[in-house]
Design a protein around this ligand. Structure first.
Ligand code: SF4
Ligand code: MG
Length: 277
Protein backbone atom coordinates (compact mmCIF):
# COMPACT_ATOMS: atom_id res chain seq x y z
CA UNK A 1 0.00 0.00 0.00
CA UNK A 2 1.37 3.40 -0.96
CA UNK A 3 2.09 5.77 1.92
CA UNK A 4 -0.27 8.32 0.29
CA UNK A 5 -3.15 5.90 0.77
CA UNK A 6 -2.61 5.30 4.48
CA UNK A 7 -4.71 8.33 5.54
CA UNK A 8 -7.66 6.71 3.74
CA UNK A 9 -7.56 3.67 6.05
CA UNK A 10 -8.80 3.25 9.62
CA UNK A 11 -5.85 1.27 10.92
CA UNK A 12 -7.66 0.60 14.22
CA UNK A 13 -10.14 -1.57 12.27
CA UNK A 14 -7.46 -3.69 10.58
CA UNK A 15 -6.69 -6.50 9.95
CA UNK A 16 -9.70 -7.04 7.69
CA UNK A 17 -11.89 -10.12 7.91
CA UNK A 18 -11.59 -11.25 4.29
CA UNK A 19 -10.35 -14.78 3.62
CA UNK A 20 -6.73 -15.33 2.55
CA UNK A 21 -6.51 -14.91 -1.23
CA UNK A 22 -9.78 -12.98 -1.54
CA UNK A 23 -9.80 -10.42 -4.36
CA UNK A 24 -11.62 -7.75 -2.35
CA UNK A 25 -8.43 -6.11 -1.07
CA UNK A 26 -7.08 -5.70 -4.62
CA UNK A 27 -10.29 -4.05 -5.80
CA UNK A 28 -10.42 -1.79 -2.75
CA UNK A 29 -6.78 -0.80 -3.42
CA UNK A 30 -7.78 0.31 -6.93
CA UNK A 31 -10.58 2.44 -5.52
CA UNK A 32 -8.25 4.14 -3.04
CA UNK A 33 -5.72 4.86 -5.79
CA UNK A 34 -8.49 6.36 -7.92
CA UNK A 35 -9.66 8.56 -5.03
CA UNK A 36 -6.07 9.66 -4.51
CA UNK A 37 -5.74 10.57 -8.18
CA UNK A 38 -8.89 12.68 -8.45
CA UNK A 39 -7.57 14.84 -5.59
CA UNK A 40 -10.92 15.73 -4.09
CA UNK A 41 -11.28 16.89 -0.50
CA UNK A 42 -11.61 13.67 1.55
CA UNK A 43 -14.11 15.49 3.77
CA UNK A 44 -16.40 15.83 0.77
CA UNK A 45 -16.35 12.13 -0.10
CA UNK A 46 -18.97 9.70 1.24
CA UNK A 47 -18.74 5.95 0.72
CA UNK A 48 -21.86 3.84 1.08
CA UNK A 49 -22.10 0.05 1.13
CA UNK A 50 -24.77 -2.61 1.44
CA UNK A 51 -24.37 -6.09 2.88
CA UNK A 52 -21.88 -8.73 1.85
CA UNK A 53 -18.15 -9.38 1.99
CA UNK A 54 -17.22 -6.43 -0.24
CA UNK A 55 -19.56 -4.12 1.65
CA UNK A 56 -17.47 -4.66 4.79
CA UNK A 57 -14.92 -2.35 3.14
CA UNK A 58 -16.57 0.76 4.54
CA UNK A 59 -15.50 -0.32 8.05
CA UNK A 60 -11.85 0.03 7.02
CA UNK A 61 -12.09 3.43 5.34
CA UNK A 62 -11.34 6.80 6.88
CA UNK A 63 -14.11 8.74 5.14
CA UNK A 64 -17.67 9.48 6.10
CA UNK A 65 -19.16 6.06 5.44
CA UNK A 66 -22.51 4.35 5.70
CA UNK A 67 -22.83 0.57 5.99
CA UNK A 68 -26.49 0.05 5.15
CA UNK A 69 -29.01 -2.75 4.77
CA UNK A 70 -28.98 -5.48 2.16
CA UNK A 71 -29.49 -4.16 -1.35
CA UNK A 72 -30.21 -0.61 -0.23
CA UNK A 73 -26.83 1.08 -0.64
CA UNK A 74 -27.90 2.96 -3.78
CA UNK A 75 -31.12 4.11 -2.10
CA UNK A 76 -29.16 5.57 0.85
CA UNK A 77 -26.61 7.07 -1.57
CA UNK A 78 -29.47 8.71 -3.48
CA UNK A 79 -30.64 10.43 -0.30
CA UNK A 80 -27.13 11.64 0.54
CA UNK A 81 -26.56 13.04 -2.94
CA UNK A 82 -29.90 14.84 -3.03
CA UNK A 83 -29.34 16.32 0.43
CA UNK A 84 -25.90 17.65 -0.55
CA UNK A 85 -25.16 17.52 -4.30
CA UNK A 86 -21.63 18.85 -3.70
CA UNK A 87 -20.55 15.56 -2.16
CA UNK A 88 -18.75 12.87 -4.12
CA UNK A 89 -20.78 9.74 -3.37
CA UNK A 90 -19.30 6.30 -4.05
CA UNK A 91 -21.17 3.03 -3.58
CA UNK A 92 -19.40 -0.23 -2.78
CA UNK A 93 -21.57 -3.26 -3.47
CA UNK A 94 -21.45 -6.88 -4.56
CA UNK A 95 -23.17 -8.81 -7.34
CA UNK A 96 -25.85 -10.22 -5.03
CA UNK A 97 -26.39 -6.96 -3.13
CA UNK A 98 -26.57 -4.81 -6.27
CA UNK A 99 -28.34 -6.98 -8.83
CA UNK A 100 -30.76 -9.11 -6.78
CA UNK A 101 -32.40 -7.38 -3.82
CA UNK A 102 -30.89 -4.03 -4.91
CA UNK A 103 -31.66 -4.39 -8.60
CA UNK A 104 -34.56 -1.98 -8.59
CA UNK A 105 -32.50 0.78 -6.96
CA UNK A 106 -29.75 0.20 -9.51
CA UNK A 107 -31.92 0.64 -12.57
CA UNK A 108 -33.72 3.71 -11.30
CA UNK A 109 -30.59 5.55 -10.15
CA UNK A 110 -29.15 4.82 -13.62
CA UNK A 111 -32.36 5.98 -15.30
CA UNK A 112 -32.20 9.29 -13.41
CA UNK A 113 -28.49 9.71 -14.23
CA UNK A 114 -27.86 10.58 -10.61
CA UNK A 115 -24.22 11.51 -10.01
CA UNK A 116 -23.07 8.37 -8.18
CA UNK A 117 -20.12 6.06 -8.75
CA UNK A 118 -21.09 2.43 -8.16
CA UNK A 119 -18.26 -0.08 -7.82
CA UNK A 120 -19.59 -3.64 -8.09
CA UNK A 121 -17.35 -6.38 -6.72
CA UNK A 122 -18.56 -9.22 -8.93
CA UNK A 123 -17.37 -12.59 -7.66
CA UNK A 124 -20.33 -14.45 -9.19
CA UNK A 125 -21.65 -15.68 -5.85
CA UNK A 126 -22.99 -14.71 -2.43
CA UNK A 127 -19.72 -15.10 -0.52
CA UNK A 128 -20.67 -13.99 2.99
CA UNK A 129 -23.81 -16.06 3.37
CA UNK A 130 -22.35 -19.36 2.24
CA UNK A 131 -21.87 -19.50 -1.51
CA UNK A 132 -25.40 -19.30 -2.93
CA UNK A 133 -25.75 -18.50 -6.64
CA UNK A 134 -26.38 -14.88 -7.56
CA UNK A 135 -27.81 -13.15 -10.67
CA UNK A 136 -24.28 -13.10 -12.14
CA UNK A 137 -23.39 -16.76 -11.55
CA UNK A 138 -22.70 -18.22 -15.01
CA UNK A 139 -25.06 -20.81 -16.42
CA UNK A 140 -23.83 -24.25 -15.26
CA UNK A 141 -21.71 -22.63 -12.53
CA UNK A 142 -21.90 -24.43 -9.20
CA UNK A 143 -22.99 -22.96 -5.91
CA UNK A 144 -24.37 -24.28 -2.61
CA UNK A 145 -27.85 -23.67 -4.01
CA UNK A 146 -26.90 -25.04 -7.44
CA UNK A 147 -24.86 -28.16 -6.64
CA UNK A 148 -25.64 -29.68 -10.07
CA UNK A 149 -25.06 -26.45 -11.99
CA UNK A 150 -26.96 -23.19 -12.33
CA UNK A 151 -29.79 -23.37 -14.87
CA UNK A 152 -30.35 -19.59 -14.95
CA UNK A 153 -28.86 -17.10 -17.43
CA UNK A 154 -26.70 -14.44 -15.76
CA UNK A 155 -27.14 -10.70 -16.03
CA UNK A 156 -24.64 -8.79 -18.13
CA UNK A 157 -24.30 -6.03 -15.58
CA UNK A 158 -22.90 -3.50 -18.05
CA UNK A 159 -25.70 -4.06 -20.57
CA UNK A 160 -28.27 -3.85 -17.77
CA UNK A 161 -26.96 -0.49 -16.51
CA UNK A 162 -26.57 0.85 -20.06
CA UNK A 163 -30.15 -0.04 -20.96
CA UNK A 164 -31.33 1.64 -17.75
CA UNK A 165 -29.56 4.92 -18.61
CA UNK A 166 -26.10 4.92 -17.00
CA UNK A 167 -23.71 7.40 -18.63
CA UNK A 168 -20.31 5.86 -17.81
CA UNK A 169 -19.55 2.13 -17.75
CA UNK A 170 -16.36 0.16 -17.44
CA UNK A 171 -15.19 -3.32 -16.54
CA UNK A 172 -11.88 -4.70 -15.32
CA UNK A 173 -10.70 -7.61 -13.21
CA UNK A 174 -8.67 -7.83 -10.01
CA UNK A 175 -5.79 -9.02 -12.21
CA UNK A 176 -6.12 -5.84 -14.32
CA UNK A 177 -6.16 -3.58 -11.28
CA UNK A 178 -4.31 -0.69 -12.94
CA UNK A 179 -7.01 -0.53 -15.60
CA UNK A 180 -9.57 -0.74 -12.81
CA UNK A 181 -8.03 2.33 -11.16
CA UNK A 182 -8.16 4.30 -14.43
CA UNK A 183 -11.80 3.36 -14.99
CA UNK A 184 -12.69 4.42 -11.46
CA UNK A 185 -10.99 7.79 -11.95
CA UNK A 186 -13.14 8.39 -15.05
CA UNK A 187 -16.22 7.09 -13.27
CA UNK A 188 -15.77 9.53 -10.38
CA UNK A 189 -15.12 12.43 -12.77
CA UNK A 190 -18.23 11.64 -14.87
CA UNK A 191 -21.04 13.95 -13.80
CA UNK A 192 -23.77 11.34 -13.82
CA UNK A 193 -24.41 7.70 -13.02
CA UNK A 194 -21.26 5.62 -13.40
CA UNK A 195 -20.85 1.92 -12.82
CA UNK A 196 -17.61 -0.03 -12.81
CA UNK A 197 -17.76 -3.81 -12.67
CA UNK A 198 -14.74 -5.39 -11.00
CA UNK A 199 -14.53 -9.10 -11.74
CA UNK A 200 -12.98 -10.52 -8.61
CA UNK A 201 -12.44 -13.89 -6.99
CA UNK A 202 -13.93 -15.68 -4.03
CA UNK A 203 -11.70 -18.75 -3.66
CA UNK A 204 -13.71 -20.30 -0.83
CA UNK A 205 -17.10 -19.72 -2.46
CA UNK A 206 -17.20 -19.77 -6.26
CA UNK A 207 -13.63 -21.02 -6.76
CA UNK A 208 -13.87 -24.06 -4.50
CA UNK A 209 -17.10 -25.24 -6.11
CA UNK A 210 -15.92 -24.66 -9.66
CA UNK A 211 -12.51 -26.31 -9.68
CA UNK A 212 -10.28 -23.23 -9.23
CA UNK A 213 -9.89 -22.90 -5.47
CA UNK A 214 -6.28 -21.61 -5.57
CA UNK A 215 -6.41 -17.79 -5.57
CA UNK A 216 -3.48 -17.46 -7.99
CA UNK A 217 -5.29 -19.74 -10.45
CA UNK A 218 -8.36 -17.52 -10.24
CA UNK A 219 -6.17 -14.51 -11.09
CA UNK A 220 -4.71 -16.47 -14.01
CA UNK A 221 -8.26 -17.25 -15.16
CA UNK A 222 -8.96 -13.50 -15.20
CA UNK A 223 -5.73 -12.86 -17.11
CA UNK A 224 -6.45 -15.56 -19.69
CA UNK A 225 -10.15 -14.84 -20.27
CA UNK A 226 -10.08 -11.05 -20.50
CA UNK A 227 -10.10 -9.32 -23.88
CA UNK A 228 -9.96 -5.61 -24.49
CA UNK A 229 -12.79 -3.76 -26.18
CA UNK A 230 -10.58 -3.31 -29.24
CA UNK A 231 -9.72 -7.02 -29.47
CA UNK A 232 -13.34 -8.01 -28.88
CA UNK A 233 -14.42 -5.91 -31.87
CA UNK A 234 -12.44 -8.30 -34.11
CA UNK A 235 -13.88 -11.49 -32.57
CA UNK A 236 -16.98 -13.56 -33.32
CA UNK A 237 -19.73 -14.23 -30.76
CA UNK A 238 -18.50 -17.84 -30.53
CA UNK A 239 -14.95 -16.68 -29.78
CA UNK A 240 -16.27 -14.30 -27.13
CA UNK A 241 -18.44 -16.94 -25.44
CA UNK A 242 -16.10 -17.58 -22.47
CA UNK A 243 -14.39 -14.18 -22.51
CA UNK A 244 -14.71 -11.10 -20.31
CA UNK A 245 -14.58 -7.81 -22.20
CA UNK A 246 -12.62 -5.22 -20.23
CA UNK A 247 -12.04 -1.50 -20.64
CA UNK A 248 -14.16 1.59 -21.00
CA UNK A 249 -17.41 0.22 -22.39
CA UNK A 250 -19.62 3.30 -22.55
CA UNK A 251 -19.32 7.03 -22.05
CA UNK A 252 -22.19 9.28 -23.03
CA UNK A 253 -22.69 12.40 -20.89
CA UNK A 254 -26.32 13.39 -20.30
CA UNK A 255 -27.99 15.98 -18.01
CA UNK A 256 -27.47 15.01 -14.37
CA UNK A 257 -30.35 14.62 -11.93
CA UNK A 258 -29.37 16.95 -9.07
CA UNK A 259 -28.50 19.73 -11.53
CA UNK A 260 -31.85 19.32 -13.25
CA UNK A 261 -33.55 19.28 -9.88
CA UNK A 262 -31.94 22.55 -8.76
CA UNK A 263 -32.94 24.16 -12.07
CA UNK A 264 -36.49 22.97 -11.49
CA UNK A 265 -36.51 24.51 -8.00
CA UNK A 266 -35.21 27.82 -9.39
CA UNK A 267 -37.86 27.78 -12.12
CA UNK A 268 -40.61 27.13 -9.60
CA UNK A 269 -39.38 29.96 -7.35
CA UNK A 270 -39.21 32.39 -10.29
CA UNK A 271 -42.79 31.54 -11.11
CA UNK A 272 -43.77 32.33 -7.54
CA UNK A 273 -44.75 28.73 -6.96
CA UNK A 274 -42.96 26.09 -5.02
CA UNK A 275 -43.87 23.81 -2.21
CA UNK A 276 -46.84 24.86 -0.11
CA UNK A 277 -47.95 27.85 -2.21
FE1 SF4 B 1 -13.70 -13.09 -0.06
FE2 SF4 B 1 -15.27 -15.16 -0.64
FE3 SF4 B 1 -14.03 -15.04 1.74
FE4 SF4 B 1 -16.04 -13.37 1.16
S1 SF4 B 1 -16.20 -15.61 1.36
S2 SF4 B 1 -14.10 -12.83 2.14
S3 SF4 B 1 -15.72 -12.97 -1.03
S4 SF4 B 1 -13.04 -15.22 -0.29
MG1 MG C 1 -20.79 -11.71 -4.58
Amino acid sequence: MLAELEPFLRSSKLPHLWCPGCGNGIVLGSLLRAINRVERDPNQIVIVSGIGCSSRATAYLNFDTLHTTHGRAIAFATGIKLANPNLTVIVITGDGDCTAIGGNHLIHAARRNLDLTVLVFNNNIYGMTGGQYSPTTPTEGRATTAPYGNIERPFDLIELAKAAGATYLGRATAYHNKLLTRLLVNAIINKGFSLVEAITHCPVGFGKRNGIAVPADMLKWQRDHAVTVQAAAQMTQEELADKVIIGELYSNPEPEYTEQYSQLVARAQNLGGGMGS
